[in-house]
Design a binder for this molecule. Structure first.
Ligand code: MN
Length: 261
């Protein structure tokens, strides 16, 4: 199978390459990612602007790697529609440094890039870590690779967009893998005003506002030591697909723990 890997933290991000190493063992891997960090780019694409694509050295043997001057979604679109048209069986985005939970999915570049795969009817997976420091990407990479194998066997197939968030715990301390819905985790936007030589400017930063950590949600799962797998678009997923996913994840959890030793 042929796999596209992208992200929003940029082509040099450590999480990208830990995941690349695992996915290269599952299929023929192409990495195409923004040349610099584009977190928060969501589903944005660069319309009617030049985008430069440069082949760069891969940190994983056998994979091809491309640095893209545009957004995460640009990277996915160019790889899917121009660099390797019709070739990909799976799109994976991540591993993001920091979680993408609740309302994050509407602004996340990690999810936004995976969304392009979904919109091209390719099974797609976004992967994020519920941590910002001292991150061990190993479990998230293994889970993504185990799910990729299920796409390879046809157990999982399009239409499919999975948003995965992984707690930063040793593999066998992870309680389980939950199939979840998105929480109402939202943000209070903090706007700051400042001045420089060209005049007044603004910066936007975000604070957590509402944590709706009720059982069944993505936030509850990661706060309780579980990996969250949310099928998207929320409420537009068939009950058959959710049943299939729920029947698969216990084995993936067991394999993830076994592989880590
Ligand atoms: Mn990011």
């Amino acid at each position: 199978m042929k796999i596209l890997l992208t992200n929003d933290d940029g082509i040099g991000a450590p999480g990208l390459w830990v995941l690349a190493a695992e996915l290269a063992r599952v299929g023929d891997l192409v990495v195409a990612a923004p040349g610099e960090e584009r977190s928060g780019a969501g589903t944005a694409i660069s319309l009617r602007k030049p985008i430069w694509v440069q082949q760069v050295a891969s940190q994983v043997e056998g994979a091809q790697a491309f640095s893209v001057s545009g957004t995460p979604a640009d990277s996915a679109i160019l790889a899917i529609s121009s660099l390797f048209p019709g070739e990909f069986d799976l799109v994976v985005s991540g591993i993001n440094r920091g979680s993408n939970l609740g309302h994050d999915v509407y602004v996340s570049g990690t999810v936004g890039a995976a969304m392009q795969g979904f919109l091209h009817n390719i099974p797609s997976i976004a992967v994020s870590m519920y941590a910002y420091v001292d991150i061990d990407f190993g479990n998230a990479a293994r889970v993504a690779a185990l799910l990729a194998r299920r796409v390879g066997t046809g157990e999982l197939s399009a239409p499919m967009l999975l948003n995965i968030n992984v707690p930063n715990l040793p593999a066998c301390d992870i309680v389980g893998i939950d199939v979840t819905r998105i929480s109402r985790k939202n943000y209070c936007d903090r706007i700051e005003k400042d001045y420089d030589s060209s005049g007044e400017y603004f910066t936007i930063t975000r604070n957590d506002e509402l944590d709706d950590a009720v059982p069944g949600t993505d936030l509850w799962a990661v706060e309780n030591g579980r990996i969250s797998v949310t099928p998207l678009p929320d409420r537009a997923v068939s009950s058959e697909f959710i049943s299939t996913l729920e029947s698969i994840v216990p084995a993936i959890h067991a394999e993830m723990c076994g592989l880590s030793s």
